[in-house]
Design a protein around this ligand. Sequence first.
Ligand code: PNS
Length: 165
Amino acid sequence: MTSSSRIVAVYPGSFDPVTLGHEDVARRTLRVCDHLIVAVAHSSSQPKRHLFPVAERLEMLRAVFAEEPRIECVSFGGLLVDFARRRGARFIVRGLRAVSDFEYEFQMAQMNRELSQEVETVFLAPDVPFSFLSASLVREVASLGGEVRGFVSPVVREHLRRRLA
Ligand code: PNS
């Protein structure tokens, strides 16, 4: 396969931390691309306080996708569309869980289209058990001593345990 015929996708996010829902969306994306770049943003469109530093979020992503040779985990600064262009990505993938996600996602997709006509945003629905799941809920449950086994991989659960100890 030539490098120009290889379909590259970017799955951007905060991944603070990566949940089973994120993992599901990333693995589904592998059905429609050859190479997936899971990209942790240094700058978010929404003001947020993060639980984990970017380096630790990347460490968790690399651990959960260690068995997926077609998934690369990196961080990026600046505009997502510039990063996608530099990496030759044809599309940006985002998970869409419920109608409540739509407004924020639609705004971002339209803004990204204004910024670059070269890259398309594609939405994938996670599997039903993950349709309610968000990193912010996982952080809240974990910080209040709740069990997050069903929501994150064991390696992420361990990072949460250590950080919130
Ligand atoms: O997981 P999140 O926090 O919903 O992800 C949001 C993210 C990182 C995809 C978005 O904030 C982003 O693309 N940030 C990079 C900066 C950028 O390009 N901003 C303009 C996007 S409309």
